[in-house]
Design a protein around this ligand. Sequence first.
Ligand code: ARG
Length: 257
Amino acid sequence: MNILRTLTLASALCACAFTLQARPLDAIRRDGTLLLATEGQYAPFNYFQGKQLTGFEIEAAELVTRKMGLKPQWKALGFDALLAGLQQDRWDVVIASHAITDERAKAVTFTLPHYCSGGVIVALSPTLRTAQDLAGKVVAVQTGTSYLAAVRRLPGSLSVKNFPTDTDARSALLAKRVDALVTDRFVAKELLRKSPQSGFQLGEMVTIERIAAAVAPGNTGLADAWSQALKATMADGSYARISQKYFQEDIRCPESR
Ligand code: ARG
């Protein structure tokens, strides 16, 4: 009975420690492993090649993690679940092409951005290129992305359809269930490069964004260590090498050049 009570109490305390406190840097260092979460459905940034998680962000995060003297351990989850898991201390870092937005910055702490990009209009028709062209049209975005707000801000009434993944939004466009979609410009460029026969046309950009990793709110020790390590990969040529490999250009933000 007593043992049971002690165990219950201990697990209650543990659960409490897990939910209330993100792992600070020294706890992570003692453990030696950094727990990273991503989506795995967003090529060429984070995706699966068979069972293997890969992509620019996966390689960049592993460079950064090793610079920090830690071993990376990955979890792949739905995009929606990623930032919430930081507050619940389910993982230490999220890296899944999140733009730094004021709203997100209330809930998580962002690191130095690892690239700069923006949302671009993709359509099957060359007449749908600009924000004005989208008036009265149906536009697809991935649920939980910054593109929803970006599309809503556009002038002219249009309707937005949410899809669980970016690839679902793409399928809807191919099936002509929507008129256009908004996705990352590098994702769109890669799409065109890989399937030039798809008929996808790239239009205007509707947002400019700085993309960063995120940690639990206020875990600045971890965020700073990540940012320093990221800077080091940008200084030693290793960041440039993987950026060239995936994009044939260096996609770091202007402030990091
Ligand atoms: N950059 C956009 C945002 O901040 C899209 C990110 C989508 N990421 C992903 N892994 N599907 O919301």
